[in-house]
Ligand binder design. Structure first.
Ligand SMILES: Nc1ncnc2c1ncn2[C@@H]1O[C@H](COP(=O)(O)OP(=O)(O)O)[C@@H](O)[C@H]1O
Ligand SMILES: [Mg+2]
Length: 281
């Protein structure tokens, strides 16, 4: 589905992504993990067309799409989750879904907008789709709520819903679990799984919550210092020495550990949420 080949990006003297290569297989949920500062978000930004790579290639469904802008990739079915823009927080959940532009607006639709009956048909289609998305995500009860009043987890579900409005082929999610409570995390995981299994969505997910990663992702790709250091099923990744060392080196000891080490894991998790600047580095 997506081939990432030798992708690189430097910020000043800092090599954020360094000849990174891996594939996102069609119909799979690929996990992307690694210590803070590994270059995961920068990689996503390049793949989704929000940042131009210095070097390397991105191939989508056999087509070289390197450096194409985000809106062009969007029309090719590749989307990053839509953050809910600030101005939309004063719109309801339903309105937030209504205003997502259709990905497949071709000339035909634009021409047909001149014809009232077609406009009307399109409006009815969008309204149906909105109700279907609300139902799929079990957020019907929130339809008339202002987006700004939603909890962190509810916002993530709405973001996923906005993505669904475009019938994407491949969805990139950057830390969907961050700031989401346990109950909603379960709901979010279930929605991702069902979109993958029932509708054939391909996902690539950056996530720090290892439980979520083991539950959803196969394979898992591990990045450290801008490059891929391991790739495979989560079971093998956990046992991989180089991966463990990368996390230790990043001050994230315990992050890959097991449940009995909860206090250590929490301390490490906290440390991991600090940016180098915040940590005084
Ligand atoms: N716009 C930017 N300008 C300068 N440095 C950046 C920028 N974006 C990211 N970085 C740096 O690039 C490195 C990789 O960051 P990032 O891709 O956000 O890592 P991750 O998502 O894996 O935590 C970090 O050292 C970060 O500070
Ligand atoms: Mg990041």
């Amino acid at each position: 589905m997506i081939q990432i080949d030798g992708l690189s990006k430097a910020f000043g003297g800092l090599q954020a992504v360094d000849a990174c290569s891996f594939s996102v297989g069609k119909g799979r949920v690929t996990g992307l993990i690694g210590p803070n500062g590994a270059g995961k978000t920068t990689l996503f930004n390049m793949v989704a067309g929000f940042l131009k790579p210095d070097d390397g290639k991105v191939v989508l469904d056999g087509e070289d799409v390197t450096g194409l802008p985000g809106h062009v990739l969007f029309h090719k079915g590749l989307v990053r989750t839509f953050q809910i823009p600030h101005e939309f927080s004063r719109m309801t959940v339903r309105e937030n879904l209504m205003v997502v532009p259709p990905a497949q607006v071709g000339e035909n639709l634009i021409k047909s907008w001149l014809r009232w009956s077609k406009v009307r048909a399109e409006e009815i289609r969008v309204r149906h789709k909105v109700e279907e998305v609300l139902d799929f995500l079990s957020i019907d009860h929130l339809a008339d709520e202002l987006a700004g009043n939603l909890s962190g987890g509810q916002k993530k579900l709405l973001e996923l819903g906005r993505t669904m409005m475009t019938d994407p082929k491949v969805v990139l999610l950057d830390e969907p679990g961050a700031g989401v409570n346990r109950t909603l995390l379960g709901k979010l995981a279930e929605a991702i799984q069902r979109l993958n299994e029932e509708r054939g969505y391909t996902f690539c997910i950056i996530e720090h919550d290892m439980d979520l990663v083991s539950k959803l992702c196969d394979p898992v790709v591990v990045m450290a210092q801008g490059t891929v250091i391991a790739e495979g099923p989560m079971h093998d990744i956990r046992a991989n020495r180089e991966v463990q060392e990368a996390y230790l080196g990043g001050g994230m000891s315990g992050r890959m550990g097991h449940h009995h080490d909860v206090a250590r894991q929490q301390a490490a998790a906290q440390a991991a949420t600090l940016t180098p600047r915040e940590a005084g580095a």
